[in-house]
Write a protein that binds this ligand. Structure first.
Ligand SMILES: [Zn+2]
Length: 147
């Protein structure tokens, strides 16, 4: 007989699908998503994405990304090819939300797309700027509220 572990946080509850680094991932019966509990606050998410992700969580992310850039360029080219099949030349503008180090933007620019990025990480946004892009260093929802 399988024992099913349940976890509850406010109204969010469900079976534990995985546990790692002190977090439980639940298959939530309340909202239908799989997510960790407790759900991080806006302040915790801001700290994680703006400051910790590229310095504490994945400090070598951009360096390793560059090591795999040939592969990523193939992936990005395939994605742009799909978009280009459905969009006329006059509609080739792209907003990359969570643009990371900016290589998807770079790939699009080389293909003639008008590209912009929004990236919460200070380090990733700076990397994108060094590639020559104007990237808004903020969260997408904050950008919407400011518009
Ligand atoms: Zn939930």
């Amino acid at each position: 007989m399988t024992k099913t572990l349940m976890k509850k946080w406010h109204s969010h509850e469900g079976t534990i699908a995985a546990s790692s680094n002190g977090f439980d991932l639940i298959d939530c019966k309340f909202c239908g998503f799989k997510h960790i509990i407790p759900i991080p606050t806006a302040e915790e998410l801001e700290q994680a994405y703006q400051h910790d992700y590229y310095t504490k969580e994945k400090p070598l992310y951009i360096e390793r990304f560059r090591d795999d850039l040939d592969w990523w360029n193939i992936v990005y080219s395939q994605r742009y090819e799909i978009l280009e099949r459905h969009l006329p030349d006059s509609h080739r503008s792209l907003l990359d939300i969570g643009s990371g180090p900016g290589y998807f933007l770079l790939n699009g620019q080389k293909r003639g797309w008008n590209v912009r990025g929004i990236e919460p990480s200070v380090q990733a946004a700076e990397h994108s700027r060094n590639l020559g892009f104007e990237v808004n260093n903020t969260f997408f929802l904050k950008k919407l509220l400011q518009s």
